[in-house]
Write a new protein. Structure first.
Length: 138
């Protein structure tokens, strides 16, 4: 039996393939692929008690946020058919990353505000990482 999220994705997909452009379909599937790969990596890291460095965390967080498939749904809902060349432009990529970071970090901050012990550990880890980096690259 499928889980509820998978049923929702399947339902969305059945509707998308009828009217969405091939580019939107591709971006939706690619975004979901990034999401599932990232949450799998996050689970592996958690199991191994591995803490990624801040740069790796930011890249992973952009994919675990689920924003990428949502961006494709926004394009679809607004009846846009944005060419791949536009979506791949460095400025558009940068805007997409900035939007994703804003959403992702807002969620992280909200979570940390609710979980003070985890917040202290998380922020302590970031400070130690920064000090180590500063010592290695003065």
């Amino acid at each position: 039996m499928c889980s509820i999220p998978l049923r929702i994705i399947h339902s969305l997909w059945k509707r998308l393939i009828v009217t969405a452009s091939p580019q939107v379909q591709h971006r939706f599937i690619e975004g979901l692929d990034f999401f599932f790969q990232a949450v799998t990596q996050q689970a592996r890291d958690r199991k191994a008690k591995a803490i990624p460095d801040i740069e790796s965390y930011i890249l992973l967080r952009r994919d675990t946020s689920g924003c990428k498939p949502c961006f494709a749904l926004i394009e679809y809902a607004n009846n846009l058919d944005i060419p791949d060349e536009v979506m791949e432009h460095p400025l558009i990529r940068s805007l997409s990353d900035a939007t994703n970071d804003h959403i992702s970090w807002s969620n992280v901050c909200e979570y940390l505000l609710k979980n003070k012990v985890i917040a202290d550990l998380f922020l302590g880890h970031l400070l130690l990482q920064r000090r180590t980096s500063e010592r290695q690259h003065p």
